[in-house]
Design a protein around this ligand. Structure first.
Ligand code: BMA
Length: 331
């Protein structure tokens, strides 16, 4: 059955920080920077930590290079960007690896893990690295192409590590984008397998193109809460952002997974949690109509902070609560 056009409004459980004004833009970054977005955010050793994507070096309006930048905060609202980029493809010194982007952070057994996407000469790969000081970064595993958007769970479950991911089955789904969210398991964070489909694009009413992981899961009394990206494509969409034609609209959804067996989905939001609405999300920037989640932080008072990239151009923040997110998944 063809899908209806998606509902364009965000859920009433969402409040944008400062009416959607960005919390981080290129103006805050002391090295070459143009587009600051899709950050991973966590709490580590008493501070909020953000690793953000910085696309820069624009030619004909298109950025050709990418750094991962690092910022710290004591309140999760105001950020201090470090003097130098944290990581980029050049540091790996191999022509095979062209770009590292879309970082996600998970604190696990006292160490900070970084999931990332990598463009290589032979396909898009998803990777997992570990760091304790944000200077020395050790890559633990890289997937085969094409796979990305990985996020790690913050604990071992029944002795095994888990990650969510989004492979790209191009040929096998009639030659069109139909990408879904999967779950895989590992004994050691290096070897991954025992993979299962978790949430398919057909199950999400506001997606007809792809659904995939966004912010790493957080533990709640009712299950693991995780934010996902959900993409709706409409070929009638024309010029939208800097490019000549951008047909996609990115929403944020929320899903609840069973605590003991996260491959069992308890529920997910049937309306978008966050839809592009403000000028930063819907009207101006590189690719408009994009909100992309990368961080979900639960605070001791039951509130949550949701960090998301807007229009692939700036980083923004919204608030909600664990209880309200659970309600969206349970109906
Ligand atoms: C995807 C990735 C994301 C980006 C999104 C929207 O393919 O490149 O980093 O936010 O497109 O442009």
């Amino acid at each position: 059955m063809p899908k209806m056009m998606p509902e364009i409004f965000s859920s009433p459980v969402i409040t944008r920080y400062q009416e959607g004004r960005p919390i981080l833009t290129k103006e805050n970054v002391p090295y070459p920077a143009e587009l600051i977005f899709n950050a991973g955010v966590t709490k580590y050793q008493g501070k909020y930590v953000m690793v953000f994507r910085d696309d820069y070096d624009c030619h004909n309006g298109f950025p050709e290079k990418t750094h991962l930048g690092l910022a710290f905060s004591t309140d999760g609202l105001h950020w201090e960007v470090q003097a130098h980029p944290m990581w980029n493809a050049e540091m790996l010194r191999t022509p095979e690896i062209q770009r590292i982007y879309d970082p996600r952070l998970t604190v696990l057994e006292g160490r900070c893990y970084l999931c990332f996407a990598m463009d290589t000469a032979h396909g898009l790969r998803g990777g997992i690295a570990v760091t304790e000081d944000f200077e020395k970064i050790d890559i633990l595993s890289l997937s085969v192409p094409d796979n990305r958007n990985m996020v790690l769970f913050p604990e071992r479950i029944n002795g095994r590590y888990l990650r969510l991911e989004r492979p790209f089955p191009v040929y096998s789904r009639n030659g069109v984008d139909r990408f879904d969210m999967w779950i895989s398991r590992s004994p050691d964070l290096r070897y991954w397998g025992d993979s299962q489909l978790l949430l398919a694009v057909e199950q999400v009413p506001y997606a007809n193109d792809k659904v995939g992981p966004g912010a790493p899961p957080i533990r709640t009394s009712k299950g693991w809460l995780t934010l996902f990206h959900a993409v709706h494509r409409d070929s009638s969409r024309g010029k939208n952002g800097w490019g000549e034609c951008w047909q996609k609209c990115y929403f944020i959804g929320v899903a609840l997974l069973d605590l003991e067996d996260p491959a069992r989905v308890i529920g997910w939001s049937k309306q978008p949690l966050l839809a592009p609405e403000t000028i930063w999300e819907a009207d101006q920037g590189y690719r408009t109509n994009v909100v992309f989640p990368g961080g979900l932080i639960a605070e001791p008072d039951g509130s949550v902070k949701i960090y998301y990239g807007a229009s692939d151009t700036v980083e923004c923040l919204a608030f909600s609560s664990v209880d309200e997110l659970l309600q969206l998944c349970l109906f």
